[in-house]
Design a protein around this ligand. Structure first.
Ligand SMILES: NC(=O)c1ccc[n+]([C@@H]2O[C@H](COP(=O)([O-])OP(=O)(O)OC[C@H]3O[C@@H](n4cnc5c(N)ncnc54)[C@H](O)[C@@H]3O)[C@@H](O)[C@H]2O)c1
Length: 269
């Protein structure tokens, strides 16, 4: 991928091993980016402003030879988001790639049973969080920079008992399209990636819930998912990571406002 060497890339919700954020940062590291692992303070195990060394993802990426720091950030908190961008500038003086990856997907119940606070909690993390960081990053990013929103297959298709998650992810595509237009005059591109099931911490919890609804073992349920994917398997973090690296690179210089499926052919619109 052209144009990624030396760029500074920050990914939210990237503090859990084996998560999409971990895979995305590793791929960007291989392309020569300097990396910022960001997540909730509890996940980052805070050990000093702007440089959290204990987090397993920070350690893994640093061991692999990538220039990596950790920055705690709660994407629902405006001050925390502002502080994360400032800490990035203090460390490396620039911010080129923002990946809005943080999300929650654990509120799963029929719509009539949803409380307002459950709805708002999901919206705050999954959608408002991406808005806050995009707005903050746009103040400091220069032409050639890029924002990538990790949406979902649930950004294009409805799933039962997932109203807040599905709505937040559909909203993320709206945010992608509108911020792509508003930030284009600054030379900042904004795109989304839409993966289907990946067996991360979140993916595992969701597949456990839906398999138990069907009276199945989670492995059997995931095999059923793989069966309906034309390419015959579930997704891996590396699949989403490759799409992110492409969209962030100069090879995608004329692509903005796009929502790219990474689903082995399962999602077609
Ligand atoms: N796993 C899947 O099947 C799948 C499919 C499609 C899309 N996605 C999306 O991929 C992204 C990454 O999810 P994942 O599957 O790697 O799950 P994950 O649970 O590993 O990652 C989500 C991360 O978000 C963090 N987070 C939660 N609230 C936060 C907040 N307020 N501020 C900052 N961070 C916060 C969590 O601590 C966690 O590290 C999410 O946007 C998810 O919706 C996942």
């Amino acid at each position: 991928m052209r144009g990624l060497d030396g760029k500074v890339a920050l990914c939210t919700g990237a503090g859990l091993e084996g998560g999409l954020g971990h895979g995305i940062l590793e791929r960007l590291g291989k392309a020569g980016c300097r990396l910022i692992v960001s997540d909730l303070e509890a996940v980052m195990t805070h050990s000093g402003a702007g440089n959290i060394k204990e987090n397993a993802v920070v350690q893994d990426l640093a061991l692999k030879g990538f220039e990596t720091i950790g920055i705690a950030c709660d994407v629902t908190n405006e001050q925390s988001v502002q502080a994360a961008v400032q800490a990035t500038l203090a460390e490396w003086g620039r911010l080129d790639i923002v990946v809005n990856n943080a999300a929650i997907g654990d509120i799963i119940k029929p719509l009539p049973e949803l409380s307002l606070s459950e709805w708002q909690r999901v919206m705050n993390v999954n959608l408002t969080g991406a808005f806050l960081l995009t707005r903050e990053a746009a103040q400091v990013m220069t032409a050639g920079s890029s924002v990538i929103n990790i949406a979902s297959q649930a950004a294009k298709t409805g799933f039962r008992q997932m109203a807040p998650y599905v709505s937040s992810k559909h909203g993320m595509i709206g945010l992608t399209r509108t911020s792509a237009i508003d930030l284009a005059p600054l030379g900042i591109r904004v795109n989304a990636v839409c993966p289907n099931h990946v067996t991360t911490t979140m993916g595992k919890a969701q597949s456990e819930y839906f398999s138990s609804l069907r009276g199945m073992e989670p492995e059997a349920y995931r095999a059923q998912i793989a069966d309906r994917v034309p390419l015959g398997r579930v997704g891996k973090p590396e699949d989403t990571a490759s799409a992110v690296a492409f969209l962030a690179s100069e090879d995608a210089a004329f692509i903005t406002g796009e929502a790219l499926n990474v689903s082995g052919g399962e999602e077609t619109h």
